[in-house]
Design a protein around this ligand. Structure first.
Ligand code: FAQ
Length: 330
């Protein structure tokens, strides 16, 4: 009996190893993995972790800019900002839906966020003090998000990759309108240019942290790259972002808050000074300046949305009952 059990365990192990090898071969061949396909449990968990953190980032990311909708300097600026913040809400919804295809419900993911148990991007714990911050967020935060998300359009998991295609199109528009705000300020009065410089001074280093810890400390990069969830390392993407962004800042006539920023003529890359990883860890651990406000705002929105959820559930129940009755009658 005992040896029969052992033999069964061995057979199960061999079957698992065969499935895992087949799975990796599909990944290596650039096949897309779809929700009903077999996948290792760790692949599923990694995706739920990353996609849900990404969804939370979009939803919490609505708050710093939402703060300026009522104070936008013109009707045109207000319309563009309103649309941008709505786009971010939409991105959050596609991402929660992508996570749902992996078996995580939106309710449980939202509960984790509201309970303070889920991570979201460190960048959204910084305050938006002036209108120039709205320009800096579009230019730099969306710019960093695009740099990170373009490779995610080729992620091995189909629903995430497909969601990213639309998200990237919208983020590109956000990035351009942010840069245009910065350009307008930089071509405006000396006070406006000073506002733009101040925004760059405050947002530059936190934006570099968006790409995650240095490669030597990234826990998940190796596995995520093996599974083609990530295509580049954190440092690799950070460098691409710096190389693309520094000339844009110089075109604006702005100075980056990094005295060590230098172009290496041989490689064409911009080398930079040390990133304050202690600040990053503190913010990720919940010690960011706006962390408590951000969660309080999400909790309030969730409570105030209770009646909408109730109405939607009542509507769905009524439709289901009607459908069941018409089937019975037929
Ligand atoms: N903030 O081992 P790694 C946006 C965590 S969307 C907070 O390197 P991984 C749009 C990481 O989760 C911005 N936590 O992890 C927008 C992990 O924690 P865990 C969000 C961070 O997953 C624009 C631990 O550190 N974008 O901006 C951060 O391989 C404007 C170890 O790190 C995405 O989420 C951070 N900055 O790489 C909205 C893109 N960095 O789970 C509004 C998708 C790392 O072990 C306005 N995500 N951590 O507890 C990714 O590409 C990856 O998840 C990384 C991290 C690159 C963020």
């Amino acid at each position: 009996m005992y040896s029969q059990g052992l033999n069964q365990a061995e057979t199960d192990d061999t079957a698992d190893a065969t499935r895992a090898a087949r799975f990796q071969a599909r990944i290596d061949a650039e096949d897309k993995i779809e929700p009903n396909d077999w996948m290792p449990e760790a692949y599923r968990r990694t995706l739920i972790r990353q996609i849900s953190q990404h969804a939370h980032s979009e939803i919490v990311g609505m708050l710093p800019e939402g703060n300026w909708i009522t104070r936008a300097p013109s009707l045109r600026r207000k319309a563009a900002l309103l649309a941008k913040v709505q786009d971010e809400g939409g991105h959050g919804l596609y991402l929660y839906a992508a996570a749902e295809t992996l078996g995580a419900t939106r309710e449980e993911l939202v509960d984790q966020l509201l309970a303070g148990r889920a991570k979201y991007s460190s960048i959204f714990n910084y305050p938006t003090l002036t209108w120039a911050d709205i320009g800096a967020i579009g230019w730099l935060v969306d710019g960093a998000a695009i740099m990170n998300q373009i490779p995610l359009c080729r992620c091995s998991f189909g629903p995430y990759a497909r969601a990213m295609i639309r998200v990237c199109k919208e983020e590109s528009f956000h990035q351009r309108q942010g840069y245009e705000i910065m350009l307008t300020l930089c071509r405006g009065t000396p006070e406006q240019k000073a506002m733009a410089q101040d925004a760059l001074d405050r947002w530059w280093w936190p934006c570099l942290m968006m790409f995650g810890p240095p490669d030597t400390e990234s826990q998940h990069s190796d596995t995520s790259m093996k599974w083609k969830i990530k295509r580049f390392t954190n440092d690799g993407l950070r460098q691409k972002f710096i190389d693309a962004t520094v000339p844009q800042g110089h075109f604006l006539g702005l100075t980056f808050p990094d005295p060590e920023l230098r172009r290496d003529e041989a490689t064409g890359h911009w080398s930079h000074g040390p990133i304050d990883w202690e600040e990053f860890k503190r913010v990720v651990a919940g010690g960011g300046f706006c962390a408590a406000d951000r969660l309080a705002a999400r909790r309030k929105a969730h409570e105030e949305g209770e009646w909408v959820r109730e109405a939607a559930a009542a509507h769905a129940a009524k439709r289901a009952a009607k459908l069941a009755a018409s089937k019975e009658a037929a």
